[in-house]
Ligand binder design. Structure first.
Ligand SMILES: [Zn+2]
Length: 327
């Protein structure tokens, strides 16, 4: 993987590359952003660039040198620290610190990645502080974090922060077309990633389409089948990790039905499913669709405010279906 393979995050990449080319790379970076936006891919390429032996800094990572040819997960100069169970403990940090006493084997740098840094216990964070303060010149830390507030301010202040936001859907669609997807499919997939290209890693793109298939069925059942509230509620409840994404996808579908119903089908996201959207649009009224969409948007707010998960879900689905079946 090289810089050009990353979708979005042009500004962050520019910052990292400028540091490499000026030979002024900070000894600790903190990459912050929600899961799936792509900070891990950027960390991969940056790690590659730091360990690469190509003399011309602008060409790193070269993809050809001895260091570049070793897979990252087996690279002797790349230490990745992940949770052992639910947290990263102090003894894991101490083990890393012992390794830092030895120079890199293959390349010019030793890279320590802590992913996610939010999992560090307070004790582990305190132990890490000393290494962040004055690491050997050949060491670079990359801390990856989903929510900054999980880290001690003393850790945060010793790292250079780079924030990663969601990527424009248009940029994701263009990247998918470059990778050989046809335009319609690329647009649909990009919209379904909700700005998080990480959810579309090569092997996962088909999963996303399969997931959409299920969610479209939920939408159709909510329109026609009185038992759908129970059915959809059970399905979402079983996959709580994905619940927000499921609901986002359902909202997107209902929004498309509304667009078709009101004669604005050129604005539809799921362009490849126009026939099914037309079918659903016949069974729904614009006001009912709006009511359903609002109920689901509210559900997300309730979840974010830590309401009872299943209760909030059932209430929202009942409201949504009342809207949809009122036509
Ligand atoms: Zn190289």
């Amino acid at each position: 993987m090289r810089w050009d393979d990353i979708i979005g995050h042009k500004r962050q990449i520019q910052v990292l590359r400028a540091g490499l080319e000026a030979r002024r790379t900070p000894h600790a970076y903190l990459f912050v952003g929600e899961p799936g936006v792509g900070k891990g891919s950027v960390a991969d390429v940056y790690t590659r660039a730091l360990t690469c032996n190509e003399p011309d800094a602008a060409e790193r990572p070269c993809g050809r040198c001895t260091s570049c040819r070793v897979p990252l997960d087996r690279h002797p100069d790349v230490i990745t620290v992940t949770p052992d169970g639910s947290s990263i403990r102090i003894d894991q940090v101490r083990a890393v610190q012992r390794r830092l006493l030895f120079r890199p084997d293959l390349g010019r740098s030793l890279v320590v990645r802590i992913d996610p840094a939010d999992a560090l216990t307070e004790q582990a964070q305190n132990a890490l502080l000393k290494s962040l303060e004055e690491p050997p010149a050949y060491v670079t830390f990359i801390l990856l974090s989903h929510h900054l507030h999980a880290l001690l301010s003393t850790i945060r202040s010793r790292c250079v922060k780079l924030r990663f936001g969601r990527v424009k859907v248009q940029d994701i669609a263009e990247a998918l077309v470059e990778r050989g997807y046809d335009v319609e499919r690329a647009k649909a997939l990009a919209a379904l990633s909700f700005g998080r290209p990480g959810s579309l890693a090569e092997s996962d793109a088909e999963d996303v389409l399969a997931r959409r298939q299920r969610i479209v069925e939920w939408g159709e059942r909510l329109l026609t089948d009185r038992c759908a509230v129970w059915y959809v509620g059970e399905a979402v409840d079983k996959e709580r990790d994905l619940a927000q994404d499921h609901i986002d996808m359902l909202i997107l579908w209902l929004r498309d039905v509304l667009l078709v119903r009101t004669g604005r089908q050129e604005a539809v996201t799921n362009q490849d499913l126009l026939d099914r959207l037309r079918q659903s649009a016949r069974n729904a009224s614009p006001s009912g669709l709006t009511e359903a969409i609002e109920a689901l948007m509210q559900l997300k707010e309730h979840w974010n405010a830590n309401a009872n998960f299943r209760l909030a879900l059932d209430v929202a689905l009942i409201k949504a279906q009342r809207g949809l079946r009122s036509a």
